[in-house]
Design a binder for this molecule. Structure first.
Ligand SMILES: NC(=O)C1=CN([C@@H]2O[C@H](COP(=O)(O)OP(=O)(O)OC[C@H]3O[C@@H](n4cnc5c(N)ncnc54)[C@H](OP(=O)(O)O)[C@@H]3O)[C@@H](O)[C@H]2O)[C@@H](O)CC1
Ligand SMILES: Nc1ncnc2c1ncn2[C@@H]1O[C@H](COP(=O)(O)OP(=O)(O)O)[C@@H](O)[C@H]1O
Ligand SMILES: [K+]
Length: 537
């Protein structure tokens, strides 16, 4: 290739990487409007052309997923979301689809781009434009038609009510005979606030522009959002780069830039010695899963503190791990002895505690003693969290920089009930900031809150991981990465991503149903290889 072509190629790859990094940001509805306006002001693209770009991307997606025989009904509002719908109707017609637009007059004034697209559609395909009167009655729809929801997008300014709410209800009632594809947002869903008890379209698929919206990542909105596809419409990279966002989503390139491949002359001392405190009678499996994950995620040395009943089980299941055997048969109560002096504590790069630990009185007592002496960041999970939840004074003693990994029930025990998911995120972040802790809240999109107030979501993982022991595996991975010298924040971002991706590989090989927590450990190897192959951006 000539030199000029190479530099063009590299510029293209750089732009691609930059765009990937930029679109990790989750903007508010207002910031998205600003991005839109900035792009129109600072690049040679008009607002109508931007709408056309959005419509072209949606049309291409629809054509890839539905054939020309599918009747398409497009319900359009009076704003720019409706404008998108009208443009999509025209573009689908151009491609031979029987697409018809229905306009809902929820406002007396249409946006300029809505009007321009209405005129363009009417001029080319007069019969494709219909108005729905405000009696709120839906037209008769052909069987198995596709419904496109372009009623309301990020311009939603209040909960939907009245006859528009009635239309949303009627459209939802048409499922499952008809699938619904929402443009940008399912109508009625607020981008940045809870929509609990509001009328919202229940989309099977949401085609959204440029960014994930916060609402898409909240469990309470799962029934509205369906599958998500983010379509790029080339909003200004300058605006995106210079605009701070509190919420972000991790991606492969970001975690690749955190991941540090091993240097040829490194030795087991380079990768740290971790102490894992886990297991009680009947729950030694949790300790084993965690230990195996810790070893597979690359720790240099691993010691496990376990009750007497777990000794043989651990040595046989995870021969790579060393064992400290507690005096107690069925639970651990002497693990604080490892850290009574600073010299003893310094032996371990990190302590991971919790999986299957139990909440016996002796265990709670030892945890209190441990927290009295140990000031390094720890990884705290499961029963260790339950013990902390029962004592606010103990929670205060957790060393700054520690990682707390509650699932929703443990979170509620620790920090109390909340009215909705948005409020729960606020509480999550507030505790991370005030206590200088890194706290994740497990789920489909695990939310990770950091002491600087930022919240990162993870998108890897699948429902196959909803099986006992998956969380124990995560604790092992996080403990391992901390031991290897990753910072608390790096550990969380990288560890949660790897855990989910290993789960995705396990599901692809074995099915979501048949995969079990051990399989997440088994597929960590494939996951590291995949990460290693990526070039950091
Ligand atoms: N930024 C981008 O990346 C790009 C964005 N694009 C698209 O633009 C969309 C945003 O468009 P938008 O700003 O015109 O808002 P939109 O969602 O159509 O709603 C506004 C209308 O709804 C009304 N209204 C509000 N609440 C209501 C309620 N509860 N019940 C009833 N009515 C309600 C409000 O009227 P009013 O409040 O005055 O009554 C107004 O008429 C975005 O989602 C995307 O699809 C792409 O085209 C290109 C690039
Ligand atoms: N539907 C899902 N999509 C993605 N990840 C999931 C899903 N269900 C569970 N997980 C992941 O599996 C893990 C389950 O953890 P946890 O509930 O603590 O399990 P356990 O206590 O049985 O070890 C979490 O990391 C969670 O994010
Ligand atoms: K919509």
């Amino acid at each position: 290739m000539p030199d000029g072509a190479w530099s063009l190629f590299f510029a293209y790859i750089y732009k691609l990487c930059l765009r990937r990094i930029l679109t990790m940001k989750i903007f508010t509805a207002q910031q998205i409007r600003d991005a839109d306006a900035y792009t129109i002001r600072h690049t040679p693209i008009s607002s109508l052309a931007l709408m056309e770009k959005a419509a072209i991307a949606c049309t291409a997606w629809i054509c890839r997923h539905y054939n020309e025989d599918t009747p398409v009904y497009i319900f359009c509002g009076m704003g720019n979301n409706g404008g998108d719908g009208l443009a999509i109707t025209r573009l689908l017609r151009n491609r031979g689809y029987n697409a018809v637009a229905y306009i809902l007059h929820h406002s007396t004034k249409a946006s300029d781009d809505h009007t321009a697209n209405r005129n363009a559609l009417q001029q080319q395909y007069h019969a494709a434009v219909n108005d729905i009167p405000d009696n709120g009655l839906l037209p008769q729809l052909d069987r198995n038609a596709l419904i496109v929801d372009a009623i309301l997008g990020t311009g939603l300014s209040r909960p939907v009510e009245g006859w528009i709410a009635g239309i949303i209800q009627q459209l939802n009632d048409l499922k499952p005979q008809h699938e619904i594809v929402a443009i940008d947002m399912p109508s009625g869903l607020q981008a940045d606030a809870s929509s609990i008890n509001n009328p919202v379209i229940k989309a099977d698929q949401t085609l959204s522009f440029e960014f994930y919206k916060l609402a898409f990542l909240l469990p309470e909105n799962a029934a509205f959002v369906g599958e998500i596809c983010i379509l790029s419409i080339d909003l200004s990279p300058d605006y995106i780069a210079q605009t701070p966002s509190r919420f972000n989503i991790t991606d492969a390139f970001q975690v690749r830039s955190i991941y540090r491949p091993r240097k040829p002359f490194s030795h087991k001392g380079t990768f740290g010695h971790a102490l894992l405190i886990a297991g009680s009678e009947g729950k030694i499996g949790a300790a084993v899963l965690s230990a195996k994950a810790c070893l597979r995620a690359g720790v240099g040395l691993l010691s496990c503190h376990i009750p007497r009943c777990g000794y043989q089980i651990m040595q046989i299941s995870a021969p790579g791990a060393m064992c400290f055997i507690d005096e107690q048969q069925d639970h651990s109560s002497g693990f604080h002895n490892h850290v009574l002096t600073p010299e003893a504590a310094a032996k371990f790069k990190v302590i991971g505690i919790g999986p299957g630990l139990g909440t016996a009185a002796g265990t709670s007592w030892a945890l209190e003693k441990l927290l009295d002496h140990y000031r390094q960041p720890m990884v705290i999970d499961a029963d260790a969290l339950n013990i902390l939840a029962s004592s606010p004074a103990l929670l205060k003693k957790v060393p700054a920089g520690s990682l707390l990994t509650p699932h929703p029930k443990e979170f509620e025990r620790l920090f109390g009930k909340t009215a909705n998911d948005e409020e729960r995120l606020k509480v999550l972040s507030q505790h991370a900031v005030e206590r200088q802790l890194n706290i994740l809240l497990k789920g489909r999109y695990t939310a990770m809150a950091f002491p600087d107030g930022s919240i990162w979501f993870n998108a890897t993982g699948n429902p196959g991981m909803a099986t006992g022991g998956s969380g124990d595996v995560l604790t092992g991975i996080l403990t391992s990465l901390m031991a290897q010298g990753y910072s608390s924040q790096e550990t969380m971002l990288l560890g949660v991503y790897l855990h989910g991706l290993a789960g995705d590989h396990a599901a692809a090989a074995l099915s979501q149903e048949a995969m079990i927590a051990e399989d997440i450990v088994e597929f960590l190897g494939k996951t590291f290889l995949e990460l290693h192959k990526l070039k950091p951006c």
